[in-house]
Design a protein around this ligand. Structure first.
Ligand code: FMN
Length: 274
């Protein structure tokens, strides 16, 4: 019997958190109606609380797992954390948020990674959010239309989950039909970001950014120093800085922003595979 719906997210600038929180909460409410006992709804932020130990799920949980798209891929810091999860008959939903450019192979990759850990992924969705690197791209997304679509998606997922959770047909329980997700399993290492966040004169060297950086790239004693070989440009440091001292500065970042604004100006809508 399903006892909990758990949203797990990696969300450096907060959009994926919003998406997973909203989706998992709606699914939990809809599942609640079919169950005798109350369903627990939980959220796990894997930047604030990284997965360091093995974590096991059974058939009493539903996991809604979300990551942002980085250069068409699952962000590299998420991969060792996903590999710590072990699922036994656990139903899951794979979700990516992307900045109206392309989600590339990220959704396919996330689905494969979760399946490798034993999750039974019943659906995978890609949603558009404001671009965390270039703020003028997809500004205002997710908007009212996105939220409406998200509600519809939550309803479709809940209906499929209910069918799986309540069926007595063992074969159906054991094997959801494979999802035909766009993309393929990447074979190359992820692209190194050509631009990275840096500190402006507003930096007071409080070290908050260094304490939350998921890759340990920022020097705790002098946060203006960044280990370029570790930084994945995720933007956690930009979001956490209380002084607005970090950002993508310099001419390359400026020119890339202008180019991206043009390239990604055509509105893309959420997509899913179910
Ligand atoms: C390093 C980096 C790479 C990105 N690559 C892509 C991409 O390939 N395609 C895309 O549409 N958006 C891309 N984005 C935008 C994010 O995927 C998008 O803004 C996402 O919603 C951010 O989620 P968050 O707010 O949870 O951090 C990238 C952002 C960053 C920081």
């Amino acid at each position: 019997m399903i006892k909990e719906v758990r949203g797990i997210y990696f969300s450096p600038s907060g959009s994926t958190k919003q998406l997973i929180s909203s989706l998992s909460s709606k699914i939990s409410k809809e599942m609640d109606e079919m169950c005798v006992s109350d369903i627990k709804w939980e959220l796990n932020d894997i930047i604030a609380n990284p997965i360091k130990e093995a974590k096991t799920f059974n058939e009493e949980s539903i996991v809604v797992f979300g990551v942002p798209v980085f250069a068409g891929r699952v962000p590299s810091p998420c991969i060792p954390m996903i590999k710590k999860l072990k699922a036994d008959n656990t139903l899951a939903i794979a979700v990516v948020s992307y900045g109206n450019s392309t989600y590339g192979d990220a959704l396919y990759e996330l689905n494969s990674l979760l399946e490798d850990q034993g999750f039974k992924v019943i659906s995978a969705g890609a949603f558009v959010s404001n671009h965390s690197m270039f703020g003028k791209v997809a500004k205002g997304r997710p908007d009212a239309k996105d939220h409406e679509i998200l509600n519809k998606y939550a309803n479709l997922c809940a209906n499929k989950l209910k069918r799986f959770a309540s069926t007595d047909i063992q074969e159906l329980k054991a094997k959801p039909a494979p999802l035909k997700i766009k993309g393929s399993m990447p074979t190359k290492p992820p692209m190194k970001m050509p631009i990275r966040p840096s500190a402006s004169k507003k930096c007071v060297k409080c070290g908050l950014c260094a304490s939350v950086c998921p890759t340990g790239a920022i020097n705790i004693n002098d946060p203006t120093k960044v280990d370029a070989s570790k930084c994945v440009a995720c933007t956690t440091c930009i979001s956490i800085c209380p002084n607005g001292a970090r950002g993508f500065f310099g001419p390359i970042a400026g020119a890339s922003g202008i180019a991206f604004e043009k390239l990604c100006s055509k509105r893309k809508e959420p997509e899913w595979f179910i």
